[in-house]
Design a protein around this ligand. Structure first.
Ligand code: AP5
Length: 183
């Protein structure tokens, strides 16, 4: 099963992707984690993206696509994958369609976690990651609304998009997603 999980910063994409990956034996592909790993390892790529991430802006499409393709090419015993944090714009969604059709892969479902701005902001302020400052959170939400929300329309024309209330408890959100993708 191949899944894409979309939602605002702090909507619970990473939390739910990990739980679904474990449950369905999926490869969890998080562009945020891949980029943070590069920053922590102080690679050349990490140095290029660090300031952009701290500011809550989007890293360039080329860099992120390269990371995604490396993960898709890596061997592993999985029953599919779940993409978390990608795509984040119509251009990235188009690029992903190309990669998938070249690999003869399909998206089985898109999950959209719906959570109000004040709820995600409070969650992020409580977590205190490097990019969880009030200014970076504001910027991430702004970028999300401008660049990433349109991706929902892109997918609604192509795939099943399951809208889930992401403001429930972590367990309730997982159960709701499992019911939808298992049906
Ligand atoms: P990324 O890591 O993808 O960050 P994000 O989208 O801002 O999302 P978060 O990780 O903050 O939130 P989440 O929705 O995963 O929620 P989480 O489960 O962590 O990207 C970071 C940066 O990398 C971007 O700003 C950009 O610079 C760059 N980047 C990444 N991908 C890119 C791309 N494709 N193109 C260009 N640039 C890219 O939960 C958040 C908190 O809430 C946690 O503390 C969690 O415990 C809590 N929580 C979760 N669910 C619940 C719940 N149901 N109830 C209560 N608390 C909950």
């Amino acid at each position: 099963m191949n899944l894409i999980i979309l939602g605002a910063p702090g909507s619970g994409k990473g939390t739910q992707a990990l739980r679904l990956a474990e449950r369905f034996k999926l490869r969890h592909i998080s562009t945020g984690d891949l980029l943070r790993n590069a920053v922590a390892a102080k690679t050349e790529l990490g140095r290029q993206v660090e300031a952009v991430m701290q500011a809550g802006e989007l890293v360039s499409d080329e860099i992120v696509l390269k990371l995604i393709m490396e993960v898709f090419d890596a061997p592993g015993e999985w029953d599919g994958w779940i993409l978390d944090g990608y795509p984040r714009s119509d251009d990235q969604a188009e690029a992903l369609e190309d990669v998938l059709s070249a690999n003869r892969e399909v998206v089985d479902a898109v999950i959209y976690l719906d959570v109000a701005d004040d709820v995600v902001t409070n969650r992020l302020l409580a977590r205190k990651r490097g990019d969880d400052t009030p200014e970076a959170i504001r910027k991430r939400l702004e970028v999300y609304k401008k660049d990433t929300m349109p991706v929902l329309d892109f997918y609604e024309l192509r795939y099943d998009v399951h809208r889930v209330d992401g403001s429930e408890s972590i367990e309730e959100v997982t159960d709701a997603i499992v019911r939808l993708v298992d049906s």
